[in-house]
Design a protein around this ligand. Sequence first.
Ligand code: UDP
Ligand code: MG
Length: 346
Amino acid sequence: MSSNSSNLPPEEGAMLSTPYLSFLLPCYNEGAVLPETYRRVKAVANALGKSYEIVLVDDGSTDDTLAQMLQFAQRDPAVVVVNLSRNHGHQLALSAGLHYCAGERVLILDADLQDPPELLPPMLALMDQGADVVYAQRRSRSGDRLLKRLACAVFYRVLSRLSETPIPLDSGDFRLISRRVLELLLQMPERHRFIRGMVSWVGFRQVPFPYDRDKRFAGKTKYPFGRLLGLALDGVAASSTRPLALASYAGLLFACAGLLLIVYALYSWWKVGRTPQGWTSLMIVVTVLGSVQLLVLGIIGQYIGRIHEQTRGRPLFLVEGVYRSGKRVPATEPLPAAKATTTLQR
Ligand code: UDP
Ligand code: MG
């Protein structure tokens, strides 16, 4: 069954050396723009004077995207094509692509040239200065429609309020990440993936790189409003369990308002005496039950939040490095137990 892998020529392994940089481009029906994207990425890559690969993910396109990619790959050994079985969505296409990036650094960019590849050199320079993540932050997004700009502005602000770890405002997936960040991302098994939130969660030194977002070079956006809303919901659910606490807050609010209502109902029954029969008791039952239900929902929400965090299966903590005698040792190196015992015996 696995005859395919055993039949691989021996040179195949030799080709798996580590390039300095991987470009990662998820593509869904980008046939109209791909030749220009490839040309511009290639120009930037060649000017770099370092080894590189271009990982193109075809996310189940129905146009000639895959055929074009295969053509590039045929004449250019730097091109790696990852062909998904069907359309999986942008975030999963990115996740799949990350698995095939062999580079020391990975530049993630959209295929539609809204993220100019020419910004690579200054982003690399920031990484040379010690950053693990250089995320491009939109100073302006002239290429997008007003409604989309507005919706995105609201979304990023709500998300940064809700998220447990800070998520930078106005930045998409256009970013340069280091190998160690990539490997940590691959260790996160969660199914609903919101890559930019996951990258922020990893930590280390993450620096912004302001840029002006261009217009889409050709083709149509693959994020109509419904899909954008889906991404927003994924973003909130993946980065925060705070919305689950909303029921508790509503319950508390309802209980306070209900208490006033009960006082008023009792007062009008006792002093005014003109209430219809059964109104006072009905009001009391409705308010008490309503607030108890909301409070209990809030409590259930707290437990669901914990289950959600548990099933997400992220590591408990991530260590940047361990320092002994002022020197950095690999974080994975275990405590030298033998030496410790000797010291103790003395
Ligand atoms: N994309 C993808 N799969 C999808 C939708 C989008 O791989 O299901 C890719 C798309 O080809 C592009 C990137 O994700 O390279 C961003 O999509 P788009 O430019 O349409 O989004 P927008 O910039 O309009 O938000
Ligand atoms: Mg775009």
